[in-house]
Design a protein around this ligand. Structure first.
Ligand code: FMN
Length: 334
């Protein structure tokens, strides 16, 4: 067994994959083709449920099962109004791993997932929250730094890793996400105690990814500094920042925030509705870019590791490269 496999052992055991390399769920991108390709290549694919209805998720899981020969997971957003129906859909299909994203799991959700026999993986934004999640029985944690693409927290991956791994890596497997583009970084986080890693941006331009050719081209052209976090326009309207490539859509998002803040002022919506409207905006904008290829007005969610994406390659090649780099780095250190 290579040193890398040894360090990943708890992760691969939990996931049932060859490598503890997850492809994080990416709305519109992480559908049946990419998810099955990742799992079949030895990684761990995760379906992005996003705003899907239970019926749509049902179809997507069935289609993924038809293509996948290895286990894969499903990512559910905690604020989805039909979260419990979605959990039932996963249970019906015997999905082995549910990843809960977007905030603290609502009451009863962890129990419902575990009752189906599935493992629960949650995001820990802080050490305190991570401890709380471990106490409530989660099977594994993901810690995701602000280098990542999509919705992000305020702390970098390197700092989160130092804050959380020394305390929680012995309790449950922890997967590190955000800003990973090469295997040397995977090796480093494994050495710090992580049981595996999660990448998103690096897999967007995979041959098997259905992202529009324009979307992929934008990724291949971009450098790290072009993947910027959105800014909050109105202090009363807390908007979770989103990291994306800068384009006309960036400005449109600021205009959208002003529009929603005005509605909030006039009492036309409450805070919950205002935040949901913002989230719907993102989902729509991402779809426009990923599916329709409108890379000017749509949202080009991308992490800083986008600078390390330079060509379209098969998932198997991407994983082989990451594994080779990680192995070589660990070997060189003796
Ligand atoms: C285009 C895009 C869409 C994403 N959508 C989601 C999502 O729907 N749910 C989620 O939990 N994370 C989402 N993410 C985050 C990824 O799952 C993953 O954690 C992140 O990309 C890891 O950081 P990296 O981009 O630096 O590799 C998205 C990321 C990207 C790039």
């Amino acid at each position: 067994m290579s040193k890398m496999n040894e360090l990943m052992a708890r992760g691969t055991e939990l996931l049932g994959s060859d490598y503890a390399i997850l492809c994080g769920a990416m709305s519109w991108v992480s559908e049946r083709h990419l998810v099955s390709a990742i799992s079949n290549a030895g990684g761990f694919g995760v379906i992005a449920c996003g705003a899907m209805t239970p019926a749509l998720l049902d179809t997507e899981i069935a289609a993924t099962k038809a293509l996948a020969t290895k286990p894969f997971g499903v990512n559910l957003i905690t604020m989805h109004p039909q979260l419990f129906e979605l959990i039932e859909v996963c249970a019906k299909h015997g999905v082995g791993h549910v990843v809960l994203a977007g905030g603290l799991p609502p009451k009863g959700s962890l129990e419902a997932i575990k009752a189906s026999g599935a493992k629960v993986i949650c995001f820990a934004p802080t050490l305190a929250m991570g401890k709380k999640l471990v106490r409530s029985g989660v099977d594994a944690l993901v810690i995701e730094g602000m280098e990542a693409g999509g919705h992000i927290g305020p702390v970098s991956t390197s700092v989160l890793a130092q804050e959380i791994l020394p305390t929680l890596a012995d309790e449950v497997p922890v997967f590190v996400a955000g800003g990973i583009g090469r295997g040397e970084a995977i090796a480093a986080y494994l050495e710090m105690g992580a049981s595996g890693v999660q990448l998103g941006t690096r897999f967007v331009c995979a041959t098997e990814s259905i992202a529009h050719p324009n979307f992929k081209k934008a990724f291949m052209r971009a450098s790290a500094r072009e993947a910027v976090a959105s800014v909050q326009i109105d202090p009363r309207l807390p908007v979770i920042p989103v990291r994306a490539l800068k384009n006309a859509g960036t400005e449109a998002f600021n205009a959208k925030q002003r529009e929603v803040a005005n509605k909030l002022d006039k009492g036309e919506v409450d805070m919950m509705e205002a935040q949901l409207e913002i989230e719907h905006y993102w989902a729509g904008a991402l779809r426009r870019a990923v599916i329709d290829g409108d890379i000017e007005n749509g949202s080009l969610m991308a992490g800083q590791s986008v600078g390390m994406v330079s060509e379209e390659e098969s998932v198997a090649d991407i994983i082989a490269t990451l594994v080779q780099q990680a192995d070589a780095a660990l070997h060189a250190r003796g």
